[in-house]
Design a protein around this ligand. Sequence first.
Ligand SMILES: [Fe+2]
Length: 134
Amino acid sequence: MPTHAQMIEQFDTHYRLGEDSMDETHHEFLQLCVQTLSARGEQFADRFATLLEHTRSHFAQEEARMRSSAFPSSAEHYMDHQRILGEMDRFNQRVHEGRSTMARAWLADSLSSWFDLHAKTMDSALAAHLKDQN
Ligand SMILES: [Fe+2]
């Protein structure tokens, strides 16, 4: 599985969906993941919290566009967002209690695998649907 840094390098060929605002948000998301993983101590906690807020707004933006465009697979997509946001929220609480080891591993392994699959399937389907409507 590629790291977040490798996903940034491969962004144009593997992750760019051709929907500008989604692409911009996804690129920012990957950069925040890299910046969080490169941090230590309190800076890791601050960056993890920033990543959580960015992700909350990233998902809310996609969900608003699913609603306004009557995207057919919105329930499944929404559930996948909620699952990841719930995990990220729980890890954020642990990090702020000074327990960051599991959060760091989750971010490096699970979140990168999740993004790889989610971007190539659910987000790709949403981007195609949005482009069809234009
Ligand atoms: Fe999504």
